[in-house]
Design a protein around this ligand. Structure first.
Ligand code: ADP
Ligand code: 5RP
Length: 473
């Protein structure tokens, strides 16, 4: 596929106020880039060909992929999140909403009429409590890796032992923490996940989610219902209706369809989480195949015939049709790397690493205290010292230490009874690092590949195809 990278550096749309505070000043330096690539210029896609739009809202930015029914990419774009402040904290919902509509502006106009289905993935357990009449957020969202330990004792008292919700970063802990705050508008409130809320902006039907996003609020995808111990809770009425990922919800809202020039019959489908979208993109279909997403975080998904859930280690199973995606998400990964190196530095330093050589540096790379998997410890401190003089050596030690965490994670899944992993595909920003892939192969003792499609947005586009096929049956 011949692609043309178009990079435009955008100045912040809303000038960030000059102020004494370091957070603002740090933000002023932040520019945002939009990069976009078009599909195979030699193969002009037939004007009658149906196209499918997938959007991925990850930790550091969002992307879209437009594919045809063969899975050929016709256009892609990505954008870092614009930074807005609300008081001293980031205004994430404003940032995500602006990113959604600015990415739609980047969908090539000549392709818009051919897009017949849209889906979105988002970060898991990123939780928004909304006004159920207006859809307006009732406060800031709880991010995917945010922990609400205040709610944990109550959640542990109602859920089965070691249930997936029994961790401070679960969606249910975030809901209970919000519910327990005195004097909030509890009656007309509704819980949605990041992907659900972004999809709602496109379709306008409040209260819809998918069984991947709903897992961490307590939904049981095996029996396709919320469990009795959750249904009897006073906040049960806040929970959304749950459908399989890639289920048609309704047509694109008329105001959006006419503003962007999409087709009358363009539908919006339920989404999933970012690491499951990355798994779908890798198209691993046999038990024993796994996908490690090396994004801001390290998310592991192993296709297994057996379901394993154990919050003591941050292990849970997502449903994927008739099988299980067993795994979890560590806070190690790209976010730590980005704290220390730019992407260009990562590329240049990695070129100098000898991946066959073992690094003796032993770190636990975390962006801040707190780990979810394979060690579930909200107080686990980062370990990134001693720092050698040579940055090549330092990066080698960090990449190898992250690979050891990955190896421990797969070893834990095996101990807990999941199918034996025999092949690992890599998705996310870290997948571009060939030296890291070789380090991981050595440490894991397994064949490790870069997935053909490393972007979660491609997986979301596959869900859009699935939804459209549902719709025309
Ligand atoms: N050459 C590289 N080697 C390793 N990691 C990289 C490289 N280039 C970028 N990254 C990491 O990839 C991450 C971004 O990946 P991405 O999948 O976009 O993350 P997310 O979806 O979580 O926002 C960044 O944290 C960055 O440090
Ligand atoms: O780390 C994350 C954000 O990138 C998410 O936690 C990740 O999506 C893992 O959650 P899930 O397994 O539910 O997809």
């Amino acid at each position: 596929m011949i692609t043309h990278q178009i990079s435009t550096v955008l100045e912040p749309l809303t000038p960030i106020p000059k102020c004494g505070n370091t957070l603002c000043n740090k933000l002023r330096k932040k520019t945002r880039t939009v990069s976009m690539s078009l599909g195979n210029e030699n193969k002009v896609v037939e004007a009658s060909e149906r196209l499918y739009l997938g959007l991925d809202f990850g930790t550091s930015g969002a992307r879209f992929a437009i594919i045809d029914k063969h899975g050929t990419v016709q256009a892609e774009a990505k954008r870092e999140y614009p930074i807005y402040l609300s008081g001293e904290s980031y205004d994430w919902t404003r940032s995500w909403k602006e990113t959604l509509f600015s990415l739609l502006e980047y969908v090539p106009i000549h392709l818009r009429k051919q897009i017949v289905s849209i889906s979105i993935d988002g970060t898991s357990a990123t939780t928004i409590i909304l006004d159920s009449d207006t859809g307006e957020p009732l406060g800031r969202p709880f991010l995917y890796n945010e922990s609400c330990p205040d709610a944990l004792p109550l959640v542990e008292s109602i859920a089965p032992p070691n249930h997936t919700v029994c961790t401070g970063s679960s969606t249910l802990c975030k809901l209970v923490s919000w519910w327990n705050r005195v004097g909030l508008n509890r009656k007309s409130a509704l819980l949605l996940h990041q992907a659900d809320w972004l999809l709602w902006l496109l379709h306008g039907k409040l209260g819809v989610t998918d069984y991947n996003n709903a897992l961490k609020v307590g939904y049981d995808p095996e029996v396709d219902s919320y469990p009795p111990w959750l249904v009897c809770q006073p906040y049960y009425h806040l929970l959304p209706s749950v459908f399989a990922p890639g289920t048609p919800i309704t047509s694109l809202k008329e105001e959006i369809r006419s503003k962007f020039g999409f087709e009358n019959d363009c539908i919006v489908c339920t989404g999933t989480t970012d690491s499951i979208a990355a798994f779908l993109a890798a198209r691993a279909t046999e038990p024993g195949k796994a996908v490690t997403s090396l994004g801001s975080t390290l998310a592991i998904k192993l296709l297994s015939n057996t379901r394993i859930d154990d919050s003591r280690f941050g292990v849970y199973s997502h449903r994927l049709d008739d099988k299980w995606l067993v795994g979890g998400a560590s806070n190690t990964g790209g976010a730590v790397l980005r704290q220390l190196f730019t992407d260009d530095q990562l590329e240049k330093l990695s070129e100098q690493i000898n991946p066959s050589q073992t690094s003796l540096l032993d770190y636990y790379p975390l962006p801040k205290p707190g780990e979810r998997f394979p060690v579930a410890d909200p107080n686990l401190a980062p370990r990134l010292l001693p720092r050698p003089e040579n940055d090549v050596e330092y990066l080698h030690g960090i990449l190898e230490s992250i690979a050891r965490i990955e190896a421990n994670a797969y070893g834990l899944l095996k101990e807990l009874g999941a199918s034996q992993v025999n092949q690992v595909f890599t998705a996310g920003g870290g997948a571009k690092n060939d030296k890291w892939i070789k380090i991981r192969e050595r440490v894991l003792g397994l064949p490790v590949y870069r997935a053909n499609q490393t972007e979660a947005a491609y997986g979301a586009a596959l869900l859009a195809i699935k939804g459209h096929q549902h719709n025309i049956l």
